[in-house]
Structure formats: C-alpha cells, structure tokens
Design a protein around this ligand. Structure first.
Ligand code: ATP
Length: 199
C-alpha cells in the first residue's frame, strides 16, 4: 500500500483545487518558510479524522478552511481526499484503490467518504487500524513529536507498539465485548430481581 495522491481544495493555504501525485519511493516537498509544506501533512492528518484543531496548528476547526488573503476571498468549505494504492490489500477492503475524503463547511456540517460512499469517522478509523496510518498512527511524525514520544508516559508509548504489532483492532474488539458483557450481566441481575419479586 502507498499514498498515490492527495487532493486539497479550500484547505488552509490551498484555496484552489490542487492534486499532489506521488510515486513509489520517497518524495520531498520543499519550499520557503510559510509556503504550506506542513499544511500538506495537516491535510492528511485531517482527512484521517483528526478532531483536534490544536493538532492541526489552529485554535478552532474553522481555521482549516481557507480564510482568504488580500487577493482572494475566503472559501466556504474545505475538502481533502487521499488515494491509496491497495493492490496488496493491506487495507481490509476488496478495492485495489481506496479514496478517503472529508469535507467540512463553515456551518460545521461535515462528511467523510470512502470510495465515494458517505461513511462515519468510525469507518475511517477502523479501515486504518493496525496500519500505522490512522490519525494516531506513526506514519505522520510532526515537528517535536519524537520528543513527545520519548518523554511521554509508558502507556502512551505502548500504543505505538500495539499499532505496529497489529493488535489495536483486537484490543478495541475486546473492550467492546467486555462492555457488552457488563451490560448483559446488569440485565441478568435485573431479570433475577424481577423473577424473585414474582416468586
Ligand atoms: P515552515 O517551513 O516555516 O515550517 P511551511 O512551509 O510548513 O512553513 P505551513 O506552516 O504549512 O508552511 O503554512 C503556513 C501558511 O499557511 C501561512 O502562510 C498561513 O497564513 C497559511 N494558512 C494557514 N491556515 C490558513 C487558512 N485557513 N487560510 C489561509 N491561509 C492559511
């Protein structure tokens, strides 16, 4: 699996629709300070479901929508789509190519899409479990993040290893199953109470 392209429109400094095409191998993005290099990584983080404006170097989510310049008016929505080559089926779907997209309007209305179908954030997160690609994955290492990882709590560091070892989805499923079991236990207690009242 590899990242084939990123399409951005109305996202941060990218007012117009722009498509970055990548090939297999290493691609470097170079440019003067403030020209928007980090905004490209922010776009990937955002489309993968980042909910924190701070992580995207803003103060509120609206800050990711192109705010206008002296030459251009602000735009009404931000859109990002990433296309991944999935011919090795590293992502657990039948498609050889997977397009994940996210759009948000100034009104706050937003949507996620996987291969053109509207979906939930949960679907996007689950698609990338254990691939290292999700918004909490290690495929995007931001400035200062290495320091944060090294000085973080052991449990936080452990999460990175869990992701690399491919056990996150099992841990999530276990947590969901344990929760369900607890609910069922509580239901059983209630049923027994009712039964003893009837006896
Ligand atoms: P450096 O090399 O200094 O790290 P960079 O190339 O990574 O810089 P970015 O931090 O990606 O640059 O981009 C910063 C630019 O993005 C600034 O010029 C800022 O004005 C612009 N920008 C950020 N958010 C918006 C927005 N919502 N609307 C318009 N422009 C924005």
């Amino acid at each position: 699996m590899y990242l084939k392209s990123i399409e951005v429109q109305g996202f941060k400094s990218f007012a117009n629709k722009i498509v970055f095409e990548f090939n297999n191998g290493i691609t470097g993005i170079v440019g003067p300070n403030g020209s928007g290099k980090s905004n490209v990584a922010d776009a990937v983080r955002w489309v993968l479901g980042e909910q924190s404006a701070k992580q995207l170097r803003g103060t509120k989510m609206e800050d990711i929508i192109f705010a206008g310049t002296q030459m251009r008016k602000p735009v009404g929505f931000a859109y990002v789509a990433i296309t991944l080559d999935n011919s090795d089926h590293a992502l657990p779907v039948d498609y050889d190519e997977v397009v994940v997209a996210r759009r948000v309007f100034r009104s706050g209305e937003s949507e996620y899409m996987i291969n053109g179908n509207t979906c939930r954030l949960k679907d996007v997160s689950e698609l990338f479990y254990d691939t290292g690609i999700g918004k909490e994955g290690y495929s995007i290492i931001g400035q200062g993040q290495i320091d944060k990882i090294l000085s973080g709590k052991p449990e936080e560091r452990r999460e990175l290893f869990d992701e690399a070892a491919g056990i996150v989805k099992f841990k999530r499923r276990k947590a969901a199953a344990v929760k369900k079991l607890e609910n069922e236990r509580a239901n059983l207690v209630r049923v027994n109470d009712i039964l003893s009242e009837l006896e």
